[in-house]
Design a protein around this ligand. Structure first.
Ligand SMILES: Cc1cc2nc3c(=O)[nH]c(=O)nc-3n(C[C@H](O)[C@H](O)[C@H](O)COP(=O)(O)O)c2cc1C
Length: 199
C-alpha cells in the first residue's frame, strides 16, 4: 500500500481499530506532497469507461455517483492532475454542491476483466465550462451528445492499487462482441458450407 495513501488514511481511529483487533497498529507514515501518477496509472485511467466518484456532504455523509463515458473521458492533465467533463444531467448537482464546501474526493476505478482496481484520493474543483475554454477543449469528448456544463479538475493527493482478490471478471457488451467475433465468423462459414449440401 502506498505510504502517501496510508499517511492520509491511517487515522487514529483506524489505528485504534487495528489495535483492538490485532493487539497492535500500523505506524502512520509521514509523507510530503502529492503522489505522482506514473505510466501504469495513466494507461489504466486512459482505458476506463466509467468510475465512481465519492464526495462528502457538508453534513459529513459520504456520497457516491457513477460517472460514465467513452474510454479516456477521465483525462490525465498532468503528473498529479485529472479532469473530466460534467454533463447536463439530473439537475441535482449533489457532487458539485458537496465540492463547493469540501473538495476532497475519492475516485474508485474498476477494471473487471483485468481484476484490477485503483483508488485515487484528491481535491476537486468545479469550473464552469463556458468560462474555461482551454480546459473545456481538453476535457470535452468529441461527439458527446449531452451538453458539458462544468469541468471537474482534480489534484491527486494519493493513490493505491488493490489486490485482485474477490473481483469477479465481468465484460462489457463491446468486449463480448469482440471476443465472440471469431466464433460468429466461423458459424457463418459453417452455415454457408451446410447450405451448399441442402437440396
Ligand atoms: C440525459 C442524461 C444524460 C446523462 N449522461 C451522462 C453520462 O454520459 N455520463 C455520466 O457520468 N452521467 C451522465 N448523466 C448523469 C448526470 O450528468 C448527473 O447529473 C451527474 O452524474 C451528476 O450527478 P450528481 O448530482 O449525483 O453529482 C446523464 C444524465 C442525463 C439526465
Amino acid at each position: 500500500m502506498s505510504s502517501r495513501f496510508m499517511d492520509l488514511m491511517l487515522t487514529p481511529s483506524v489505528q485504534a481499530a487495528q489495535a483492538r483487533a490485532y493487539g497492535r497498529s500500523q505506524a502512520r507514515p509521514t509523507t510530503e506532497g502529492p503522489q505522482v501518477l506514473g505510466p501504469d496509472e495513466a494507461a489504466f485511467i486512459a482505458g476506463m469507461d466509467s468510475f465512481y466518484l465519492a464526495t462528502v456532504s457538508e453534513e459529513g455523509w459520504p456520497y457516491v455517483q457513477h460517472r460514465g463515458g467513452p474510454k479516456g473521458f477521465l483525462k490525465v492533465l498532468g503528473p498529479a492532475e485529472l479532469g473530466f467533463a460534467d454533463l447536463r444531467g439530473n439537475r441535482q448537482l449533489l457532487s458539485t454542491g458537496n465540492l463547493s464546501k469540501d473538495g476532497r474526493v475519492c475516485l474508485f476505478l474498476m477494471n473487471y476483466p483485468l481484476k484490477a482496481r485503483l483508488k485515487i484520493l484528491g481535491r476537486a474543483e468545479v469550473l464552469e465550462a463556458a468560462s474555461n475554454p482551454e480546459l473545456a477543449e481538453a476535457l470535452i469528448v468529441p461527439g458527446q451528445q449531452a451538453v458539458t456544463e462544468r469541468l471537474f479538475r482534480i489534484r491527486v493527493e494519493a493513490f493505491d492499487w488493490n489486490c485482485p482478490q474477490h473481483i469477479t471478471p465481468r465484460y462489457t457488451e463491446a468486449e463480448i462482441r469482440e471476443a465472440v467475433l471469431p466464433l460468429r465468423t466461423r458459424i457463418a462459414e459453417l452455415e454457408a458450407e451446410l447450405a451448399r449440401f441442402r437440396p
